[in-house]
Design a binder for this molecule. Structure first.
Ligand SMILES: [Zn+2]
Ligand SMILES: [Zn+2]
Length: 289
């Protein structure tokens, strides 16, 4: 069984947990190590048991707690060469034995019995990436901070049981909001952030093709609200003929098993998806698959 949740999401800091009994990973450590430890314990995980942190890119909202996590808990950190260079000494010293370089781009490495593949995304950073984590049976894909979803990136998303997609801004709120023109242009650009509408289009496509849980993340504080993001994506998914189903704090593995769909509130034959908005300062619902 794989467990998947966000620990924190948004411009104030991002961190994602993915793990099973034998391997435990974070994708990014963009809040303090103290917050990461608190949120991990809240979802029943020991921060000292995290084997690796995979870094998407060097922006502070993705690396803030990286150095302390590594020094305090001995966590190994994985990033590509250009991202390591861009991080520089901004997170303090990290033991060379705990610094791993992701080579052969795009590529795949084993982290315990999970495999992690990485691919380029479109963002204004040195060499930003998204990640797929798989136990060979199920795949989880995480890609935020990307101005567009290229056909190549969509291929990585396809076939995922669960995903984290950026739902950064509402186009109207951005247009009429307080940001200066250059910042609005940066956010809207191919190297900026993904809008709710663009997120909804990808979410609907994935839900139709069998993805069972979609977490919306990296919401803007100024140009979005959880309700606006959820409603925009929900209506696109429902227009595609997929039902949104609600779950409690934990999305159970039954939800992902078509042979054991008795706990579902919708017929197993009807395409259905669980849609979650990642909280900014708190962990999300826990997805078990
Ligand atoms: Zn960024
Ligand atoms: Zn970011």
């Amino acid at each position: 069984m794989i467990k998947f949740c966000t620990l924190s999401s948004g411009s104030s800091g991002n961190s994602v947990f993915v793990g099973n009994d034998r391997a435990k990973l974070l994708i990014d450590a963009g809040v303090t190590a103290k917050t990461i430890a608190t949120e991990l314990r809240a979802v029943g995980e020991d921060p000292a048991a995290i084997d690796y942190i995979f870094v998407t890119h060097e922006h502070i909202d993705h690396v803030r707690g990286l150095g302390v996590m590594s020094r305090k808990f001995g966590t190994r950190i994985c990033a590509n060469r250009r991202t390591w260079k861009a991080i520089g000494d901004s997170v303090g010293p990290i033991d060379p034995d705990r610094r791993l370089v992701l080579e052969d781009f795009p590529g795949e490495i084993c982290a315990g019995d999970l495999s992690v593949s990485y691919f380029s995304i479109s963002h204004d950073a040195a060499d930003p990436v998204g990640y797929c984590v798989s136990d060979r049976r199920r795949k989880i894909t995480v890609a935020t901070d990307t101005g567009v979803i290229s056909p190549e990136v969509k291929e990585y998303f396809k076939g995922s049981s669960a995903v984290l997609i950026e739902s950064n801004h509402d186009l109207e709120m951005l247009k009429y909001g307080p940001y200066p023109p250059y910042l609005k242009a940066r956010i809207r650009s191919d190297h900026g952030h993904l809008s709710n509408v663009a997120c909804g289009e990808l979410a609907a496509e994935l839900a139709l093709s069998g993805t069972k849980a979609i977490i919306l993340g990296h919401l803007s504080t100024e140009n979005n609200t959880p309700g606006v993001a959820y409603d925009t994506v929900r209506s696109t998914i429902e227009s595609a003929g997929v039902r949104i189903v609600e779950h409690g704090d934990v999305v159970p593995p039954d939800f992902f098993n078509p042979d054991n769909a008795s706990s579902l509130t919708v017929p197993a034959s009807s395409p259905s998806v669980c849609l979650i908005v990642a909280p900014r300062y708190d962990h999300s619902k826990v997805i078990l698959l």
